[in-house]
Design a protein around this ligand. Structure first.
Ligand code: PMV
Length: 335
């Protein structure tokens, strides 16, 4: 009863922000993302009847009681309930990129955990069922079950059974690059759940924004189908800035950006005015993700590296969905 899985983070091109059910973690609207090779989480799950309690090891250190450990244990309870077992579990998980740095480690983390835990428990679940399960850990994790370009269905069923991701196009559909500019540490981020709830409860901009999401998804799907970079960029940046605008409209306001984030926004807009094909996206943290055609990746990297306050630039491209693998190390970096 043990299994290992690898998964990649994803970046939303049409953002998810807001929940229609907190307990089942149901999104208030759909979203659309691309799963990114170049960053990976590898997770091994072992059901071990000799253990009296669950053990969760993240990047070599055992998680102590607290919210991160509780999230994992509650997630494992869902798998134990489904498989009708009550055995304790040992989870060992490692990221090859900075954990909890706003680089979507919860997406790859819960996608890898869903695949490994379901497999170790003997559940032969479809990708759709795994996506529903991953969603319970983190909304964006539901999308990392699939590779390439992915749409999240908000669903309408009260039990959340139709709130799962669906694939739109494979990772080899479009040879894009996504460069992640890691910025210097700023103030501590407000977690995405807290940020979403405060926005929904206090921002007058939230409902008008939510009403635009379905149309953005339809337009983004079309742009992806036709590999129309400029159109996708327009939709994706608009979705990102509007999501952040809803958060800024919360009371008290939520601002995820630091000074480097703002410098990067100006640098990318200037480069685009000068004719470089690129667009950006920012999530619930200060880092900036910049998309470009593969031929322009070196030029974009130079711009990011020359921006003051950027501490690292990570290179990613569309990659595969979450999958089982034989050993913790053999397939972690294959993408
Ligand atoms: O999956 P969560 O709960 O970490 O929320 C992700 C929220 C954003 O990253 C800001 C947007 C998105 O769609 O990924």
């Amino acid at each position: 009863m043990n299994a290992t899985a690898v998964a990649h983070p994803n970046i939303a091109l049409v953002k998810y922000w807001g929940k229609r059910d907190l307990e089942l973690n149901l999104p208030a609207a759909g979203s659309l993302s691309v799963t990114l090779k170049g960053l990976s989480t590898t997770t091994t799950v072992e059901f071990d009847s000799s253990q009296s309690t669950d053990v969760v090891i993240l990047d070599g250190s055992e998680l102590q009681p607290g919210r991160p450990r509780r999230r994992v244990v509650e997630f494992l309870d869902l798998v134990r309930d489904a498989a009708d077992i009550d055995t304790s579990v040992r989870v060992e998980t490692a990221n090859d990129f900075p954990t909890a740095s706003g680089l979507a480690s919860s997406a790859s983390g819960f996608a890898a955990l869903a695949v490994a835990a379901a497999d170790a428990a003997g559940l032969h679940w479809s990708d759709e069922q795994l996506s529903v399960l991953a969603r319970r850990g983190s909304g964006s994790a539901a999308r990392s079950i699939y590779g390439g370009f992915v749409e999240m269905q908000p669903g309408s069923a009260a039990d959340g059974s139709d709130a799962h991701a669906t694939p739109i196009a494979d990772s080899d559909h479009w040879d894009l690059r996504c460069l992640v500019a890691v910025t210097d540490a700023g103030t501590k981020d407000i977690g995405s759940t807290e940020g979403m709830l405060r926005t929904q409860q206090t921002s007058p901009l939230f409902e008008p924004w939510r009403a635009t999401v379905a149309d953005d998804i339809a337009q983004a799907r079309n742009a992806i189908e036709h590999r129309d970079f400029n159109r996708l960029g327009k939709i994706a940046e608009r979705s990102c800035f509007r999501m952040h605008a809803t958060a800024l409209g919360a009371d008290p306001a939520i601002l995820y950006w630091n000074a480097t984030t703002t410098r990067l926004i100006h640098a990318i807009r200037a480069a685009r005015s000068d004719g470089l094909a690129c667009f950006l996206s920012i999530d619930a943290g200060p880092h900036v993700k910049v998309f470009c055609p593969s031929a322009d990746a070196d030029e974009v990297r130079t711009i990011l590296e020359e921006t003051s306050g950027v501490v690292d630039v990570l290179s990613t491209r569309p990659g595969r969905g979450a999958r089982r693998c034989t050993t913790p190390t053999s397939t972690a970096s294959t993408g």
